[in-house]
Design a binder for this molecule. Structure first.
Ligand code: FE
Ligand code: CA
Length: 549
């Protein structure tokens, strides 16, 4: 087994689907180097500052500060984006997590990482030295390469005599492996002030291979003294502010436990920047795109997101952060991780809160949810797939979810309902693969629905099943929960809805079926609460209409 990755090549190609080119080594910052839209390991490994560095680089660092804090790993560890022979390992060093500079001196710090085949680290199979740079808030993204496919590992970091908590992670099966079972959880929307995270406590006990997080990892609101727990950090508007906000979330032991349990595959939604923003346009009626203040704020938010998540992507550049990518799980499943925020057309019809009746502007064929480049990438990636299940992991509800009001209907124009031409293009792409399934966040309610053959006509034939997971802790407005559930009861393409409960979804995937268990916590008013399965729905291979089990 490899013992050090110091001599690893600057770029690798793993798997059959290396249709992405443009792998370019970068010497300046951490992260993979590629031209957008990673695919099953076709991306380069992270390189430069946050990966392994030559020993003389570590040796030339200034001496460790004598006052290195005891709790330098107070934000925990994480792993993500598993490939058959590698996985991303993450941590961020801090002194005072809520201080502007994280409470550490403005200097590079040496950091050692280890991956072992056992929890006690008797059998270390990969290790290396890296440098945590102040420019990345002393966060690192290690691409631990040379691992065995389909294998569990344990990992940890150390600096001086401080050692991090131990995380558990795993690799994906090889691209041609015949896989009989995958179990993954998906989750979203963890508003800190709106509740504790017993859901994460239970996620850390679930027998799952990975967790897919669908956005709203942080919220950008200010402190609310009447909340279940009140932010110590002000509403973020700049890099220091967003870093503080991530620190405040990541200090939570339940969230740390869920990260340390399995690798995560993450995308974002709106609240990582600003509620209901669209590309370069802040929310609200009369909004304009391209405002310098908003673009600066967005750049700060993207930077902080990159720094704090276990992502196999390039660090953000001047024009944004490329987040969409595909990850395979043997011959059984492939995940397409989408970004429905960064490139979308502005919400149509100029509503204050993006809810209302449709309007002519909505129907414009040029309107996009994914942007032209990501849409083309997704089409190519789907056309190239021979996976049994093709799981589209994304933010907002794809299925038509119109609520009848009077003699008309009301739509959430922030969802795909507000982008009908883009949805038709998505549906046409999904016709080309076996067993497409959409998993969705954003709604703060659970839903089982189908995207129909004519996605604008909910009474047409089922085509693509959609599983919408409820929030970890973010609320659905209590006053309208019953009304919303009643309305979806009469919506022909919606099979199940529950707006009252918070939690997550566990999906059992076999060649024959994908079965979703909706796991609900009893309350989010306390740190600990029981969890139970509130509903189970199964999608049979070849049959897009979900059935209760
Ligand atoms: Fe949310
Ligand atoms: Ca959202």
């Amino acid at each position: 087994m490899p013992t050090s990755e110091r001599s690893k090549p600057r770029a690798r190609v793993i798997g059959r689907r290396a249709f992405l080119s443009g792998v370019v080594a970068t010497a300046v910052a951490a992260g993979c180097s590629r031209d957008g839209g990673g695919d099953d390991g076709a991306a380069a490994s992270p390189d430069g500052a946050s990966d392994d560095v030559p020993p003389e680089t570590v040796a030339s660092l200034p001496p460790l500060p004598t006052n290195l804090p005891d709790d330098v790993f107070a934000l925990g560890v994480a792993s993500g984006d598993p490939l058959p022979t590698s996985v991303i390992l993450w941590t961020r060093l801090v002194g005072d997590p809520l201080a502007d500079d994280g409470g550490l001196p403005d200097q590079p710090l040496p950091l050692r990482w280890e991956v072992a085949a056992d929890e006690g680290f008797a059998d270390v199979v990969a290790s290396g030295d890296t440098v945590a740079e102040p420019a990345l808030a002393h966060a690192v993204h290690i691409d631990a390469v040379g691992l065995e496919p389909g294998t569990w590992y344990w990992y940890r970091f150390s600096i001086g005599d401080r050692t991090s908590p131990v995380g558990r992670t795993r690799t994906a099966p090889g691209p041609d492996d015949e896989v009989e079972r995958l179990r993954f959880a998906f989750a979203s929307c963890q508003s800190y002030q709106d509740g504790f995270w017993p859901a994460h406590r239970h996620l850390a006990d679930e027998d799952v291979d990975l967790l897919v997080f669908l956005g709203d990892y942080i919220y950008e609101d200010g402190p609310n003294p009447d909340a279940v727990r009140t932010y110590e950090s002000a509403a973020p508007v700049d890099l220091a502010g967003y870093r503080r906000r991530y620190s405040e979330y990541k200090r939570d032991p339940a969230l740390q436990a869920a990260h340390a349990h399995v690798p995560w595959i993450c995308t974002w939604d709106d609240h990582e920047v600003r509620t209901n923003y669209a590309a370069d346009t802040p929310p609200g009626a009369g909004r304009q795109g391209g405002d310098r203040d908003f673009l600066d704020r967005r750049a700060a938010a993207y930077q902080a997101y990159y720094e704090h998540m276990p992502l196999r992507v390039d660090p953000p550049a001047a024009d944004g952060l490329t987040l969409h990518r595909a990850l395979g799980w043997g011959d059984l499943a492939r995940f397409y991780v989408l970004d429905g925020r960064q490139y979308r057309s502005d919400q149509a019809c100029d509503r204050v809160r993006d809810v209302g009746r449709s309007c002519a502007e909505m129907e414009d064929d040029d309107r996009s949810m994914l942007g032209a480049d990501q849409e083309a990438w997704l089409g190519d990636a789907l056309a190239d797939s021979d996976a049994r299940w093709n799981v589209v992991a994304q933010q907002t509800v794809v299925s038509k979810l119109a609520l009848p009001v009077g003699d008309g209907e009301v739509l959430n124009l922030d969802q795909w309902d507000g982008y009908p031409a883009a949805r038709r293009r998505l549906v046409d792409m999904l016709r080309e693969v076996d067993n497409p399934v959409v998993v969705t966040g954003d709604l703060h309610a659970s839903c089982v629905a189908v995207v129909t053959d004519d996605p604008d006509d909910p009474a047409s034939d089922p085509l693509v099943p959609e599983l919408v997971g409820t929030a970890i802790s973010s609320p659905f407005p209590g006053g309208v929960a019953a009304m919303a559930e009643a309305a979806v009861d009469i919506t022909p393409n919606v099979r199940y809805a529950d707006a009252a409960r918070r939690g997550y979804v566990v999906c059992d995937v076999t060649p024959g079926a994908l079965t979703a268990s909706f796991r609900y916590v009893a309350t989010t008013a306390t740190r600990e609460a029981d969890v139970s399965t509130g509903a189970r729905w199964s999608i049979g291979a070849g049959d897009p209409d979900p059935r209760p089990v």
